[in-house]
Design a protein around this ligand. Structure first.
Ligand SMILES: [Zn+2]
Length: 632
């Protein structure tokens, strides 16, 4: 086969050999790129856990507890002996619900026991005053990956997926003490309740607009929307008092709440809660139940087998004690020299953004100053935090308990800690991601970026790579995260992360034009596994565009820079082999576009791409100058 030309398909040109050689592990939906780095970290840390456990020597008490949990999760005999009983005992509280009043009375218990309810009460940062917390309410999740799957045009796919779900769920239900007739009824009622929810909950596209979650309302107004339950009593149980304000994240759902939960639907709810509660418990029960409980998720992601018990145990333990595990990883595998170098790159990127914004045509004079202020005050978290946050002191368990009860007791500690936060200030020192996670983020409500140590490795970044490679890798990703401060969500929050309109109407109009152009650039692109929804992924595409423009600016001022190295490494970080089922799923649930497009779409907006490889209108990766978009 003839090799593709870089001018036609940068992604394939750079990655073909790697893609040919990549094998997706049986227990994973993807290989390469982010997944490959994550697998590497997993391997290193599993070995660490084994050595610590073998030597009974732990760097600190948290890692000691993590290793203890690791050992318990790995004990298949012990888990088999405990069987399904711990989960059934937990679900028994549902038997006490005879009326909707009982539901209100037992609400706190249901929350603590992780039993699903159609109203989830949580404490989160007040988006308008990010120094404090507010109570947020959210509806329930649906069985299918997104509410859009329930629309008439998706009927065939809906039927297929619900068929998979039903088969997997019936297998789990057969392990309960219910009669076969009851098992079937519970499953049928779960599907019926799910159908009620599906018509009301938000779609993933709607959730991607963060600021629209912020609908603060007086508590008595919310209580009258939730007229079938005693919301005041529920709040008093949870907080010891009735807070004045409640943020309603999905108004459409709660306006119809009385039709979701009432005397007529109570039975449906109870069976739905039982089934969903049981399914989410399976991981912590026997290996047989873990295998059954994961069947549906594996089916919709195309994964053949569940992960090994060692990987499962490691992920459970490192997830439970994630911050201490991340600090350990970062401290050992990410050096001070690299931290210094990468921090320098970050500030170079921030300064470049400042300079570019001074002459940017979207923002007017006054808004530019505020944008620069937002950049000046942006928090930068690189690598891993200095210390573990206070909650980890409290995360202690009784090793004699079953794995299920241990996980439940730890979850109860977290839930109570979250509820107590209501009257406490927020802590901007908290890290959004642990050091061993291969990811990065911008938090619009803190105005900070987080780059865990685990992403600061090749191909993203290395002291051994050239500056051009690092700019095309981690540099463009840093620029991506920073630009989220000015995307459709970030533009609505100020330098303190508060929702605050600091843009003029004209700024917004010009910005909206760019947003629409970017939607158009991606919308409707046909891939072998589906069609792209340009509006759903627009913020991420704008961020990729911003990341590229700011790093190309730095490239132009960097001595000895190589555009070939820059663009090649940009394409390399997006290298990914994925199962078709998983690709389809991502199109519906992931705000990021497919990696092939992330690699190939942004470059064609920049003159450097055309100049570096003599790209002309005869090449696939050409677009006419008037269609090229540069935002920042
Ligand atoms: Zn992003």
């Amino acid at each position: 086969m003839e090799k593709v030309r870089i001018q036609d398909d940068l992604y394939t040109y750079v990655n073909q050999e790697t893609l040919d050689a990549l094998v997706i592990p049986d227990d994973k939906p993807t290989a390469g790129g982010f997944a490959q780095l994550a697998d590497g970290v997993e391997k290193i840390m599993m070995k660490e856990f084994e050595e610590m456990s073998a030597n009974k020597s732990y760097p600190n008490e948290y890692l000691g507890r993590a290793c203890e949990l690791y050992a318990i999760a790995m004990d298949s005999e012990r888990k088999a002996k405990d069987g399904i009983a711990p989960a059934l005992k937990n679900l028994a509280v549902l038997n006490e619900i005879k009326t909707v009043e009982d539901f209100s009375r037992l609400f706190k218990m249901l929350t603590i026991k992780n039993i699903p309810t159609p109203v989830n009460v949580g404490v989160e940062t007040d988006m308008k005053n990010t120094k404090q917390h507010l109570v947020y309410i959210q509806g329930a999740g649906v069985i299918l990956p997104d509410a859009t799957y329930y629309r008439p045009e998706m009927a065939a796919q809906k039927e297929q997926l619900l068929g998979l779900w039903t088969a997997a769920t019936k297998a789990v239900m057969a392990k309960t003490d219910l009669s076969p007739e009851d098992q079937d009824k519970y499953v049928a009622d779960t599907l019926a309740f799910d159908e009620i929810l599906a018509g009301l909950v938000k779609t993933n596209e709607e959730w991607s607009k963060y600021v629209e979650m912020y609908n603060p309302m007086a508590t008595n107004e919310v209580a009258s929307m939730l007229s079938t339950i005693d919301f005041g009593a529920i709040l008093t149980d949870l907080f010891g008092h009735v807070p004045e304000t409640i943020v309603v994240t999905e108004p459409r759902f709660f306006e119809s709440f009385a039709s979701v939960l009432n005397a007529d639907t109570l039975e449906l709810y109870k069976h739905w809660a039982y089934v969903k509660g049981l399914l989410s418990s399976c991981s912590y029960l026997s290996e047989e139940l873990r295998e059954m409980g994961g069947m549906y998720l594996r089916a919709i992601t195309g994964v053949a087998v569940m992960s090994s018990i060692e990987k499962f145990a490691y992920n459970l333990a490192s997830g439970t004690y994630s911050e201490p595990v991340g600090i350990y990883y970062g401290d050992k595998y990410f050096g001070e020299e690299a931290k210094k170098d990468i921090t320098e790159i970050v500030y170079q990127i921030i300064d470049t953004y400042k300079a570019r914004i001074k002459t940017n045509e979207i923002l007017g004079e006054a808004t530019r100053e505020k944008a620069i202020l937002k950049l000046s005050t942006m928090g930068v978290k690189m690598g891993y935090p200095d210390k573990v946050r206070a909650i980890y002191e409290k995360l202690v368990f009784n090793p004699e308990d079953s794995l299920f009860d241990i996980m439940l007791s730890l979850s109860e500690i977290r839930t109570l800690d979250m509820l107590e936060k209501l009257d406490q200030p927020t802590n901007p020192e908290n890290w959004a991601m642990p050091g061993h996670m291969v990811n990065a983020c911008y938090d619009p409500f803190v105005n900070d970026i987080t780059f865990p140590a685990a992403i600061l490795q090749p191909p993203f970044y290395s002291l051994k790579q050239t500056r051009s490679e690092n700019l095309g890798g981690i540099g463009a990703v840093i620029g991506h995260e920073i630009s989220h401060a000015f995307d459709s969500n970030g533009a609505k929050c100020d330098e303190n992360g508060n929702i605050n309109n600091w843009w003029t109407e004209d700024d917004f109009k010009r910005f909206e034009t760019k947003v629409n152009q970017m939607i158009e650039q991606f919308d409707g692109i046909e891939l072998p596994w589906g069609r792209v929804n340009g509006a759903f992924i627009v913020s991420e595409n704008m961020a990729d565009n911003g990341g590229m423009s700011v790093t190309l600016d730095i490239m132009s001022r960097t001595e000895g820079s190589s555009y070939e190295e820059y663009f090649s490494n940009w394409a390399r970080v997006w290298c990914q082999k994925a199962r078709d089922e998983y690709r389809k799923l991502l199109l519906a649930v992931d705000v990021h576009g497919p990696t092939l497009l992330r690699a190939n779409m942004p470059p064609r907006n920049f003159k450097e791409w055309y100049e570096a490889f003599d790209v002309t209108e005869n090449d696939q990766m050409y677009i006419a100058p008037e269609k090229r978009i540069i935002i920042w």
